[in-house]
Design a protein around this ligand. Structure first.
Ligand SMILES: CC(C)(COP(=O)(O)OP(=O)(O)OC[C@H]1O[C@@H](n2cnc3c(N)ncnc32)[C@H](O)[C@@H]1OP(=O)(O)O)[C@@H](O)C(=O)NCCC(=O)NCCS
Length: 165
């Protein structure tokens, strides 16, 4: 149902359209701000999406850019580990897109042979994201209390992970 492809400069306007939404950004890291401007999109496509060895893809659904999924490699004695993250534009929620994209990216990351472990930090209220991870065989390893300050409050982080089988 979905495909993954690389970002191009032609994605900038569409990225702003999808990303400039508080309901999309509210549980994401500060590299995904609100409001989400043209400058943010430009930085993301030129630099952010590949910073520090990251591999980030556009999620294509019915021929359209609808979201994004990527991995960020860790370093030092954790260089066998990568963080995985994803988001989908609000108009496309509830169609199984994130679940399929996470499955595809997980497969892609493990098939490189570089990683033994993928993890995702999920903020406490983000139950839909926890469900997406569980459907893809990720397990809850720990709950880090008040780990993140976002939107004027402290959030517990649910640390999900999957090992290469
Ligand atoms: C979380 C997000 C990625 C889900 O994308 P999506 O394409 O709608 O996800 P899917 O349709 O594949 O699956 C969502 C699942 O969560 C479930 N769900 C949705 N809202 C839920 C809620 N409030 N509580 C529990 N489960 C919920 C759905 O029922 C579905 O599970 P099911 O297939 O068993 O019915 C999307 O809402 C999003 O982009 N949010 C903002 C960015 C974000 O939070 N990214 C993740 C950061 S860790």
């Amino acid at each position: 149902m979905i495909e993954l492809r690389a970002y191009t400069n032609a994605d900038i306007q569409r990225l702003v359209h999808l990303a400039d939404n508080e309901r999309v950004s509210r549980y994401l890291a500060p590299t995904f701000p609100f409001p989400y401007t043209l400058n943010d999109a430009q930085w993301w496509i030129e630099t952010g999406c590949k910073q520090n060895g990251a591999v980030t893809k556009v999620i294509v659904y019915r021929g359209e850019f609808v979201g994004s999924v990527g991995i960020a490699p860790q370093t030092g004695w954790r260089s066998h580990v990568a963080e995985i993250g994803y988001w989908v534009g609000e108009d496309y929620w509830g169609r199984g897109i994130a679940s399929e994209a996470l499955g595809a990216m997980t497969h892609l990351a493990f098939s490189t042979g570089k990683y033994r472990k993928l993890f995702a930090p999920v903020l406490g209220p983000n139950r839909a994201s926890m469900r997406v991870l569980e459907k893809n065989g990720y397990s809850l390893e720990a709950v880090l209390k008040q780990e993140v300050f976002k939107g004027g409050r402290y959030h517990d982080v649910y640390h999900y992970a999957k090992l290469r089988s």
